[in-house]
Write a protein that binds this ligand. Structure first.
Ligand SMILES: [Zn+2]
Ligand SMILES: [Zn+2]
Length: 325
């Protein structure tokens, strides 16, 4: 509650006001004069505001998951910030108590000081330019008019923001700089708006072809594996990446194929692979177990070509293509 309605104008204007220049006398270069007035005025204003109303910009961090950054999200966060004291409504005095007009400056917040031949107007030393004197300071803010409050703020995170990127947001009277901290993903690696991911396919899928569903940024992607796909082959999905935050469109998604070698083989699988190995013509080094088949073949007097005809030749052909290209 304000003690007098007459203070309203001063408070709204933020304290001291530069009025007329009638107080000045004598000769002085207009530019120098202006500079002196300005310095006096701005300096006085800073002193007057010290610890009273802190609306300087502040910086906070906001943690995002990979997907939140990629697709955008409305994130609610608590920010510790100085804001208008809820107890005194920013007036600085205990509720129900009066604020008296500063007797020294008559409530104007300015006083006249004689500087050489001039009479300068400067911030009132007694009230610090506020024009008021608080007899009963607010117990919550100690007459500062502001207190540290936990403010709940919803940040509309735009799709495509990157790690360490900063956005500016107005929160009440404060300007808040929000720097994003984007978590890494177990599935995706990011390169600007492009994303890369890995997919494991089986030996048979690589050799014979097939399909596999892989997680995408926006929806699952069906990857068509062509017969004879080699390990580390890269599949390109244009515009399936992350939204470009500073321009139009989306980045691309690259899928890197890795052929997963079977860890456990059934007897039948082992047999087939040994027979397959038997067909390989340009193996660099040796294949474990292949010599035993050679023996078996010799014992049974069956030519290797015959085995190829009995077993699935297409499979062997494709396997060869995978391994040797
Ligand atoms: Zn207060
Ligand atoms: Zn005063």
């Amino acid at each position: 509650m304000l003690g007098s309605a007459g203070f309203q104008a001063n408070q709204q204007g933020g304290g001291p006001r530069w009025g007329s220049t009638q107080g000045f006398q004598g000769q002085m270069d207009p530019e120098d004069l202006f500079r002196k007035i300005f310095e006096e005025f701005s300096g006085g204003q800073q002193r007057g505001f010290e610890g009273f109303q802190d609306f300087s910009p502040m910086e906070v961090y906001l943690d995002l998951t990979f997907n939140e950054a990629a697709k955008g999200a409305n994130k609610t966060m608590k920010i510790d910030m100085m804001d208008t004291c809820p107890r005194c409504d920013g007036k600085g005095s205990e509720p129900g108590t009066k604020i008296t007009k500063c007797g020294h400056c008559g409530g104007s917040g300015m006083e006249q000081v004689v500087t050489g031949p001039f009479v300068m107007r400067s911030t009132c030393r007694k009230c610090g330019g506020t024009g008021r004197l608080i007899t009963f300071p607010c117990v919550q803010c100690q007459s500062k008019g502001q207190v540290k409050l936990k403010k709940s703020v919803t940040v509309p995170v735009p799709a495509g923001v990157a790690d360490k990127q900063t956005v500016r947001m107005q929160v009440g009277a404060r300007e808040v700089f929000i720097t994003f901290r984007v978590a890494t993903s177990k599935t995706f690696r990011r390169q600007g708006a492009d994303v890369h991911s890995d997919v494991e396919i089986s030996i048979s899928q690589a050799a014979l072809g097939g399909t596999i569903k892989i997680p995408g940024i926006h929806s699952n992607i069906e990857l068509v594996i062509k017969p004879g796909t080699a390990s580390h082959e890269r599949f390109h999905f244009p515009s399936k990446g992350i939204k470009k935050v500073n321009s139009y469109g989306f980045g691309d998604h690259y899928v890197h194929v890795r052929i997963n070698s079977p860890k456990l083989l059934t007897e039948r699988q082992k047999e087939l692979l040994l027979e397959f190995a038997q067909e390989e013509s340009n193996v660099n080094g040796t294949v474990d177990g292949v010599h035993t088949i050679e023996k078996k073949v010799k014992q049974e007097n069956v030519k290797p070509e015959t085995i190829e005809n009995i077993e699935k030749p297409g499979f062997f052909e494709k396997m060869k293509k995978v391994v040797f290209g």
